[in-house]
Design a protein around this ligand. Structure first.
Ligand code: BES
Ligand code: ZN
Length: 530
């Protein structure tokens, strides 16, 4: 109980009391529009009894738990929701009261103006978006299975470390801006040589930190869009100054880093989706999902056909018996089931659970309230999440100096983006299995090259046996050597084996080297091209 309460208090204060004082000192009396539940409104009245709602609505949540009444925890029950104008200090005090009195986070939503607040009181605008429903069939195993094994936790770890090197990534701070510029550059550099991939900043008029949007242009279904998202900003409950430490390693450098590894693997494997894939690093999540609300709204205004959205917010702290918890509120049931199936198919051994946030806790809610199918796979059960978030202690060390947990999320996100991105793709026909055998001898230090083997999509496997110590290098597309390979096998005998996966027809090259003098028998098995 103590732990739960403490972690609630530590974990989810978006803007705590100390900020309220700062704002008051700064004399910030600007009024903000928020919508909130009746329960939260009663807390607000304790702060200022004179406050009254400008608009109210009585709303029920729908069958999927979608936020027709965005703060209703009771499916099917009508709940009063109000739109009201408050000062920043009142908003911050409200956040505190909701934590203390209602023992939960969030509980209100920020809106840029009265019209937006009123829209939030009405049911989601599902119609009009014309989002295409995917079939949710798993039909691109060759592609997914070629890419997932190439993903590495070490890359995720490095991105987390790089992001935590900014003092903080607060939406108003220089670190917030600098981290956005850094990520833009990183993504642009990764995408060099791919004219179909671009990265831009999405600027927000009310605060400094820009969001970053990377686009992989789809080939023949480009108007249909798959979105992966994570939030770039961080926050500390100890203050919001330039020097306040808010590393946000788990919340949410882990999500940005997982997504970035999906991007790296797609590029390394020369993946080209049929549908357009967008990777979005949202600004200003920690202060009311503000970046994602502006972005999702701009997509809806443009009538963009977003077929699926996945949010990665906190992926690297294992807090429960299962590995991935699919949150059931503010998310799409059918898409969640699909993600469960993807995990069962592609991530054997990864255990799936489900839970709820209980409120609009991350950027997926900005999409789901506009009627888009969104999901939020989470690192732990809600009551056992990383207790260090929103403090100076949300460090990589406090996630155990590892990125193994985040790697599961990165692979799941890759499977999601590739299966949706390639839906309807026809696998190039392959011929039959073919095995070629070779034998010979190698002097110490000698090299012998084989291939190219003209292989179809699928796996190519090479095995050696013999005497002495022979090493093997295999590479797709160009000559293999000890300094350039996709697979190497360098044990201390002549028995080596390598497997590489092809996503389409391709040439595979192989090189054997004699670490000591020896003899070899080599066999190479692959699917022939048709
Ligand atoms: N990553 C958190 C959300 C979260 C925290 C989910 C703990 C599950 C467990 C997110 O960055 C956040 O802090 N959200 C705010 C709400 C938001 C609307 C400002 C929160 O939870 O207070
Ligand atoms: Zn957070």
């Amino acid at each position: 109980m103590k732990k739960t309460l403490l972690s609630l208090l530590l974990a989810c204060i978006a803007m705590p009391a100390v900020h309220a004082e700062e704002s008051t000192l700064a004399g910030n009396s600007k009024l903000h529009w928020i919508t909130l539940s009746d329960a939260a409104f009663q807390q607000l009245k304790k702060i200022n009894p004179a406050l009254s709602p400008k608009h109210s609505a009585s709303l029920a949540s729908d069958a999927s738990g979608l936020p027709t009444g965005k703060f209703s925890a009771h499916t099917g029950e009508a709940e009063k929701v109000h739109a009201v104008q408050v000062t920043e200090a009142q908003m911050l005090a409200l956040s505190e009261k909701v934590h203390h009195e209602l023992k939960r986070c969030g509980g209100f939503m920020f809106h840029p103006n009265e019209a937006a607040a009123r829209t939030a009181l009405s049911t989601p605008v599902k119609q009009g978006l014309a989002a295409t429903r995917p079939s949710y069939k798993i039909a691109n195993q060759a592609l997914v299975k070629a890419i997932l094994p190439t993903m590495q936790d070490s890359n995720i770890a490095q991105t987390i470390i790089d992001l935590t090197n900014f003092t903080n990534r607060y939406y108003q701070s220089q670190g917030g801006v600098n981290s956005s510029n850094w990520l833009l550059q990183k993504w642009k550099t990764m995408a060099q040589g791919r004219s179909d991939i671009s990265a831009v900043q999405f600027k927000h008029s009310s605060w400094a930190q820009p969001s970053v949007i990377l686009t992989i242009q789809g080939t023949d279904r480009a108007s249909e869009v798959v979105v992966l998202g994570a939030h770039l900003d961080s926050i500390s409950m100890n203050g919001t100054s330039e020097t306040t430490r808010a590393p946000g390693a788990d919340d949410d450098a882990s999500g940005i880093a997982s997504m970035t590894e999906v991007l790296r693997a797609m590029i390394a494997n020369k993946y080209k989706p049929r549908r357009t894939i967008k990777m979005i690093a949202y600004a200003a999540e920690e202060v009311g999902l503000r970046g994602s609300q502006e972005i999702a709204t701009s997509f809806a205004n443009a009538k963009t056909n977003v077929v699926g959205v996945m949010q990665l917010d906190m992926t690297n702290y294992k807090g429960g018996a299962n590995d991935i918890y699919l949150f059931t509120d503010y998310t799409d049931n059918a898409q969640n089931t699909f993600i469960g199936n993807l995990i069962a198919t592609y991530l054997p051994g990864v255990k799936v659970g489900s839970d709820k946030c209980g409120y609009a806790c991350s950027d997926h809610a900005s999409w789901s309230r506009l009627g888009y199918a969104a999901s939020m796979p989470f690192e732990s059960p809600m009551n056992a999440h990383n207790p260090h978030i929103h403090t100076a202690n949300d460090t990589f060390a406090n996630s155990g100096n590892q990125a193994q947990h985040a790697l599961k999320f990165a692979r799941m996100a890759a499977a999601f983006a590739i299966e949706l991105g390639s839906e309807g793709a026809v696998t190039p026909p392959s011929g039959t299995d073919k095995t070629e055998t070779f034998s010979g001898s190698l002097a110490r230090g000698a090299k012998k090259s084989f291939g190219p083997f003209k292989a179809a999509a699928g796996s190519l496997k090479a095995i050696t046996s013999g005497t002495g110590d022979i090493d093997m290098y295999v590479k797709k597309g160009s000559a293999a050597s000890s300094s350039s390979y996709d697979c190497r096998s360098v044990g201390s005998t002549a028995s080596e084996s390598c497997s590489v996966n092809l996503t389409a027809n391709g040439d595979v090259y192989l090189q054997l080297t004699g670490y000591t003098a020896g003899t070899y028998k080599l066999s190479v098995t692959y699917k022939t091209q048709k």
